[in-house]
Design a binder for this molecule. Structure first.
Ligand code: NAP
Length: 495
């Protein structure tokens, strides 16, 4: 195991990287990979090595399925009230350790501390919400229309779940799956992203401390996610795949799961439109735009990816957004002054740069930013591009960075039609003072989630998910999140 020299150890509110990198978490114990190989975790602010974590093999993956299988009967039989109390304790410990967790997220992901703190609060909330939901799972009872029999519907845990998560929200994407799965009575294997494994392991230690029994949650990191996922999905004991990540990898996993008819929940990529109508409150729209674009430095599936601004307000919006974006301080995430941290990898910066250069070549005007910096670390400056041509690559691809492209529109119909001109359908934003128009446009937009006169919609109490190629199923919400981890069993009887 390699540890960065500056790793702080003494203060409990500072992350203990050594502990977070101590091993795979299988059956309640920390162990090395059966191959002895390691994965490097890089600090995106400097490009330097932060730590290494074990690189799990197929043999380790089998061990995690065995552990989840052995733990399943007792966890399923654990009274809902007890499961609820354990989940509540996970929430409390996450809140107690929030500064430590936020610092760890910021170190390995690069996001600004303000965003990292926001993520920890959001991630912890999934435990509180699902602790409350765990004791409210009910069935159905009724008389068949023919009058011949009664219909009883019982909801049962679906079984062992494979959870695969991305690097952009290393805590929240994991807890958004683990908390409802455990509330439903399932046991899980989490495969976190290779760029941000430390948060997943630090959280595993918290679950253990909160009383989650050995084998109920297993965490493994691997540099060969394809073969490992294929192996786990081929095991007949595994009944659910819950994936958050890119649409491309989602398609591969859907094909793999189809071989064994494994139930899938897919939270995939986005290309969110942000619509600003002439009658919008300009200040509110600008404030919302900064949140929708710059939370996580643009590395969010819900990030505003295309700004459609009506002609009458276009220049004022462009001017206001440019002033705000140009004023942001770019720096290491852990630096208290930072508004915009680095991107996750050099490759991510190069992708953003490619998209910006393409739109510039096609005629976009750079209002601020727009040049890839030369210095170390994976930085890209906050950028505003005006008059971006509709045939720019960035109109169709996730930018996943601090770049705001502006497109001009004239009519409501045009705005809806252009907003829907994408294979994605995760999130959309609408700014107008006319409520009827806001609701009409929301109804017309092909997206799973709409923020109407708001820059943020994520909430554990609301169903999160997309339509079209942004995914299948929902996470969070009153029943949706837990329902993904349950099967309905129908019993016909008469008396
Ligand atoms: P990604 O490349 O699809 O990776 C996501 C996860 O899948 C990682 O754990 C990755 O492991 C794993 N993976 C990669 N190839 C795999 C394979 N062949 N089989 C099984 N697993 C595989 O996505 P990302 O770059 O980490 O995350 C960004 C994407 O996630 C964006 O498209 C974003 O929109 C989307 N996202 C969606 C939501 C949502 O709720 N809809 C939320 C957040 C992010 P390695 O890290 O080891 O490669």
């Amino acid at each position: 195991m390699t540890i960065a020299q500056q790793t702080p150890q003494a203060d409990p509110q500072l992350p203990d990287i050594q502990a977070a990198a101590r091993g795979l978490y299988i059956n309640g114990s920390w162990r090395q990979s059966s191959s002895g190989l390691q994965i490097e975790v890089i600090d995106p602010s400097t490009g330097a090595l932060l730590a290494t974590v074990p690189d799990a093999t197929i043999k380790d993956a089998r061990a995690s399925v065995d552990a989840a299988s052995t733990a399943a009967p007792a966890w399923r039989a654990t009274p809902p009230r007890r499961r609820s109390e354990i989940l509540r304790r996970c929430f409390e410990l996450m809140v107690e350790r929030s500064e430590m967790l936020a610092t760890l997220i910021s170190m390995e992901n690069g996001k600004a501390m303000r965003d990292a703190r926001g993520e920890v609060a959001y991630a912890a909330e999934f435990f509180r919400w699902n602790a409350e939901e765990a004791v409210r799972i009910t069935g159905e009872f009724g008389l068949a229309p023919s009058g011949t029999n009664r219909i009883i519907v019982d909801y049962q845990p679906i079984g062992i779940c494979l959870l695969i998560t991305p690097w952009n929200f290393p805590a929240a994407m994991a807890t958004r799956k683990i908390a409802p799965a455990l509330a439903a009575g399932c046991t899980v294997i989490l495969k976190p992203a290779s760029e941000t494994p430390l948060t997943a392991y630090a959280l595993a230690a918290i679950y253990e401390e909160a009383g989650v029994p050995p084998g109920v949650v297993n965490v493994l990191t691997t540099s060969t996610p394809g073969p490992i996922a294929a192996e786990v999905l081929a095991d007949p004991r595994v009944r659910k795949l819950s994936f958050t990540g890119s649409t491309g990898v989602g398609r591969l996993l859907l094909a793999e799961a189809a071989k064994h008819v494994v139930s899938c929940a897919m939270e995939l990529g986005g290309n969110a439109p942000f619509l600003v109508f002439d009658d919008a409150d300009l200040e509110a729209a600008l404030e919302g735009a900064m949140i929708a674009k710059m939370r996580n430095a643009g590395e969010a599936c819900t990030a505003a990816n295309r700004f459609y601004v009506q002609s009458g307000i276009y220049d004022a919006f462009a001017d206001g957004l440019t002033k705000r974006m140009a004023a942001l301080k770019v720096g290491a995430g852990v630096d208290a002054q930072t508004d915009c941290g680095p991107m996750i990898t050099r490759k991510a910066v190069e992708k953003i740069s490619r998209l910006v250069e393409d739109s510039k070549k096609k005629g976009a005007r750079v209002l601020c930013g727009g040049e890839m910096p030369a210095e170390a670390g994976f930085f890209y400056p906050p950028t505003v591009l005006a008059d971006v041509p509709a045939n720019s690559e960035m109109a169709h691809e996730e930018i996943f960075g601090p770049v705001a492209p502006l497109y001009r529109f004239d009519s409501e119909e045009e705005a809806i039609s252009r907003a829907n001109d994408t294979e994605y359908g995760l999130a959309a934003y609408v700014y107008t003072r006319d409520l009827a128009r806001g609701l009409r446009v929301s109804a017309g937009l092909e997206a799973g989630m709409i923020a109407l006169n708001r820059g943020l919609m994520s909430d554990p109490a609301a169903p999160f998910g997309g339509v079209k190629q942004s995914g299948l199923g929902r996470e969070g919400g009153q029943h949706h999140g837990i329902a993904e981890f349950m099967e309905a069993k129908y019993i016909a009887t008469s008396f």
